[in-house]
Design a protein around this ligand. Structure first.
Ligand code: SAM
Length: 441
């Protein structure tokens, strides 16, 4: 219906610009901007009417006024967020997205009507994927971010880098004679940046995620330090290892750490992680049909992988490729999958096995169908890295839902107890705004 489409386009011009117009302008002029310029502008645009704009106004105006120099790009002109995951209009709570990657946490918390008021990610390509999906460019290096410049928020989320804690990371670093864990000054200390922000901003709750091995690293000492640090900051801390295989056809064990601020919650609270669903996951359900030949392993690579596996089998250890059983779940997708794809290979009739396509990786990590990865200027290699580094979205969704339900119920009960006394901090909170209406009528 071309007529209808034309009318729609006409309506759009009447209603104002689209985010994609603004993004084009940002990309065209980006080379003249400071590193965080696009982050300031996009955070500013997203922060109208939620109290966070003041944190970004000064930084954003420099670019809007001096570089774009077009009144039509004035932030106050309403525009449409033509991205797959636009910010909610009237949110119930605010959160920040640290070590944001491509936004696996953000999808889950935004679905629960949370408004992200700050994101940080330093990888250029992850930023691109993030922007294409959420209409926001994350700020860069978190170690250089002053916590006072981060807006107030209810929940802090972050899957901090796992290299120093994962077995592969540790053994590789050990073999190179490098320090690891907290001794690794560049990576391990990133947890302390999270701690610094929690200390400065005192969110109501946080959700952190890392590899399972964080718990046993350095005979459990690393995890003890993390837990002790978080408790010392005034939080009641819960943690559990969850396997994504109950939600997506992939064995992926990760530790989730949840904390609740003692200023709002009683020390006797008990938070229960979600029970895994019973439904059996099968990788055949996420496979694409008619996959391009470029994903089939070359003879050279396939022979090499078989030789390598044989050598290790004979030496008595289990390294090798992972040819999947299509009725079962795959091994863990790692950030190095782009190299040879050996951990997850799909058998094919009459030819060499193939690796997963980026679209299949997206599905294997449980990202929604509308998550955009095509025509965004990000290569297959970078997409493999991004999904391998990311979170299984349905697992985060389940934990996030539990947290929001827990906080709402807790505050509802508190409100019933104080019954009308509105001096309590809880009554002013974003979460209780909704339940307050229900409880206090
Ligand atoms: C384990 S991944 C987290 C991925 C994320 N949870 C997602 O859903 O995609 C850790 C991320 O932290 C980013 N990172 C590492 N050091 C950083 C730093 N100093 N500042 C900002 N981001 C950093 C990495 O580029 C990587 O994308």
């Amino acid at each position: 219906m071309p007529g209808f489409k034309k009318f729609n386009r006409y309506l759009c011009t009447l209603m104002g610009k689209k985010y994609s117009d603004i993004r084009k302008k940002i990309i065209q002029t980006e080379s003249q901007w400071g590193e965080d310029g696009p982050a300031f502008v996009t955070h500013y645009l997203q922060s109208q009417k939620n109290g966070a704009a003041k944190y970004y106004k000064k930084g954003a105006e420099v670019y809007i006024k001096n570089i774009i120099q077009e009144p039509e790009f004035n932030y106050s002109i309403p525009f449409t967020y033509d991205v797959p995951f636009p910010p909610p209009k009237n949110s119930d709570f605010k959160f920040i997205d640290l070590f944001a990657g491509i936004g696996g946490f953000r999808i889950a918390f935004q679905e629960l009507n949370g408004k992200c008021v700050f994101s940080s990610e330093w990888n250029k390509y992850a930023k691109k994927t993030y922007d294409a999906n959420f209409g926001e460019v994350p700020f860069g290096d978190i170690t250089q971010t002053d916590e006072k410049k981060i807006p107030d928020h209810d929940i802090l989320v972050g899957g901090f880098p796992c290299q120093p804690f994962s077995i592969a990371g540790v053994s590789k670093k050990k073999s190179l004679g490098k320090k690891h864990g907290f001794l690794d000054e560049t990576q391990g200390t990133l947890f302390f940046d999270i701690a610094r922000i929690i200390k400065g901003k005192k969110p109501k709750a946080f959700l952190l995620e890392n590899v399972k091995n964080l718990k046993s690293h350095d005979k459990g000492n690393t995890f003890k330090v993390i837990e002790k640090t978080l408790k010392k900051l005034g939080y009641i801390v819960f943690s559990q290892i969850l396997d994504a295989k109950h939600y997506v056809p992939q064995h992926r064990e990760r530790i989730f750490i949840v904390g609740f601020n003692k200023e709002y919650f009683s020390e006797s609270i008990v938070f229960n992680f979600p029970e895994p669903p019973e439904e059996k996951q099968q990788i055949k359900n996420i496979l694409q049909r008619n996959v391009d030949e470029k994903y089939t392993l070359t003879d050279n690579l396939w022979e090499y992988l078989q030789r390598y596996a044989k050598k290790h089998r004979e030496a008595g250890n289990g390294f090798g490729f992972g040819l999947v059983d299509k009725n079962s779940v795959s091994r863990t997708l790692s950030a190095r999958y782009y190299k040879d794809g050996s951990e997850i290979l799909i058998p094919q009739n009459g030819k060499n096995p193939r690796r997963l396509t980026p679209e299949e990786c997206k599905r294997l990590m449980g990202f929604p169908a509308e998550f955009k990865i095509k025509d965004i200027g990000v290569s297959d290699t970078q997409l493999y890295r991004q999904f391998g580094n990311s979170v299984a979205v349905p697992v985060v969704r389940a934990v996030a839902q539990k947290m929001i339900d827990f906080i709402s119920v807790y505050e509802k009960e508190r409100i019933s107890k104080v019954n009308g006394i509105n001096s309590s901090k809880d009554l002013k909170s974003h979460f209780s705004r909704k339940v307050e209406e229900d409880v206090l009528i």
